[in-house]
Design a protein around this ligand. Structure first.
Ligand code: GLU
Length: 465
């Protein structure tokens, strides 16, 4: 079998949403599983709507998700001469023809067809056999149309959806180049997939309707048709089209919201594909397991809670220094200043709070406590820093002044203070937490005190007197 070659071919006309990212992931995984090649192609022939910014976001998203490509990014605008060459050859022998129908004319035709209860379609009025005696109207720049076969049908075995058949009578003569000779999507995509020797076209099922048109172009070029795999749509949790609130956002919003790339990668892998009941698995397992046979035929549903669960799991096992690097800008933004020199090491703070965080943003929020000068709320102070605990706070301060400064020594001092004052841990601990952080709940108190450092702890305890 020839080498598997797949591609991801986004149009840089907006942000790269989850549906695009999932198409990229499955295409990539198919190539990697088969030891093939993965090509990145930027489909930028829509000159008005394509932007360089969108190209950059595509590249960033691929990079963030770790979807490496073997060739590209190849931009279609770099290949205009090549499309022109094929268009000219097709025009020369009638596989394509110039159509001078103006937009108004086509609109009128459509209206008439609609009024007559027919499906609107181009009627072939500029096909060479009908155009023999016609003079091109002045001022109209022609488009190029593909001469679609009139009879028979187009059939392919979709690797996800199974056999699909469309009668040629359903397809009209497609515009393959606009008046400026810039090709349309359906034409450029065929020439590219052909020239780039793509063996498997893996893409969203919003393109199923384009496939028979593309297959006809392959045939007109005498070329072998690649395999197609159309991935199921991603719907929102309510079964509706994906909305902004549920995943229809830019892939790059996920890092900004504190998601780890391995979590989104894993989540997307399960979006319309499964391997038994495996939910959490690393990249190399996905590559090893991925096949098109287990891509589901029915729509996939976006489930934000599941993504969050995966993110929490990956945060738990992520390296503290890496999480600290990701959280640092968020902590500093919350503080409105850089983390000071004598402040606790962020990686150590991360180690303490990461088990309770489902996003890096959430983790950063918890970490921020360690860098703020707390101004506890009066009501909290009144509730927890009572006359009953005040003497214990004073002895705690006295003991902490010269004990060794590590978790074990601090834990011992806390215990000793409780025994002396016949108090229960929560009474003393909550008072200390409120004084030190402004919050009644924190991770384990001995670890928190150790990180805050002796000086800040003694200062906070002194404020209770
Ligand atoms: N540029 C098309 C899109 O973004 C690609 C379609 C394809 O993969 O053939 O939808």
């Amino acid at each position: 079998m020839s080498t598997v070659r797949t591609r991801f071919a986004p149009s840089p006309t907006g942000f790269l949403h989850l549906g695009n990212a999932r198409a990229a992931l499955f295409s990539w995984a198919y190539a990697r599983h088969h030891g093939g090649k993965f090509v990145l192609r930027i489909e930028d022939t829509d000159l008005e709507r394509s932007t360089e910014e969108a190209v950059q976001v595509i590249l960033q998203s691929m990079d963030w998700l770790g979807l490496d490509y073997d060739e590209g990014p190849i931009r279609q605008t770099q290949r205009l001469a090549r499309y022109r060459e094929v268009l000219d050859a097709m025009l020369a022998d009638g596989r394509a023809y110039l159509c001078y129908a103006s937009r108004e004319e086509i609109d009128t035709l459509r209206e008439q067809q609609r009024a007559a209860g027919e499906k609107p379609r181009y009627d072939g009025r500029w096909r060479p056999e009908h155009a023999k005696d016609k003079t091109p109207p002045p001022g109209v720049k022609p488009v190029v149309r593909f001469r679609n076969p009139d009879d028979g049908e187009v059939m392919w075995h979709d690797l996800v959806k199974g056999e699909i058949r469309i009668a040629n009578a359903e397809l009209d003569d497609l515009v393959i180049a606009r008046a400026d000779m810039v090709p349309t999507y359906n034409f450029a995509v065929v020439i590219d997939d052909l020239d780039m020797a793509i063996t498997h076209v893996v893409r969203g099922d919003d393109h199923v309707n384009n496939t028979p048109r593309q297959i006809n172009i392959y045939k007109a070029l005498g070329a072998a048709v690649p395999e197609f795999a159309h991935l199921p749509t991603i719907l929102g949790p309510d079964g509706e089209k994906l909305s902004k609130r549920h995943g229809a956002v830019s892939t790059m919003q996920y890092p900004a919201d504190g998601y780890l790339p391995e979590a989104l990668f894993n989540y997307l892998a399960r979006l319309g594909w499964s391997h038994g009941d495996a939910e959490k698995f690393p990249r190399d397992k996905f590559i090893e397991w991925f096949d098109l046979a287990h891509v589901s035929k029915s729509a996939a549903q976006f489930d934000g809670a599941k993504l969050l669960w995966l993110n929490r799991e990956y945060i738990k096992e992520a390296d503290n220094a890496r999480l600290a690097t990701l959280a640092k800008p968020m902590v500093e933004a919350a503080l409105s200043h850089a983390i000071g020199e004598n402040m606790p090491d962020l990686a150590q703070v991360v180690a303490l709070v990461k088990d309770r965080s489902d996003t890096v943003a959430h983790l950063a929020e918890s970490a921020t406590l360690f860098y703020r000068h707390a101004t506890p709320d009066a009501a909290l102070l009144a509730q927890h820093v009572t006359d009953g605990v005040r003497p214990a706070l004073a002895s705690l301060a006295a003991h902490l002044k010269d004990c060794a400064w590590d978790k074990a020594a601090i834990a011992a001092v806390l215990k000793e203070t409780l025994a002396e004052h016949k108090l229960k841990m929560p009474q003393l601990a909550t008072a200390v937490r409120v004084l030190l952080t402004g919050q009644p709940q924190t991770p384990s108190l001995d670890a928190v005190l150790e990180l805050f450092g002796r000086e800040r702890v003694l200062k906070a305890l002194a404020s209770a007197a």
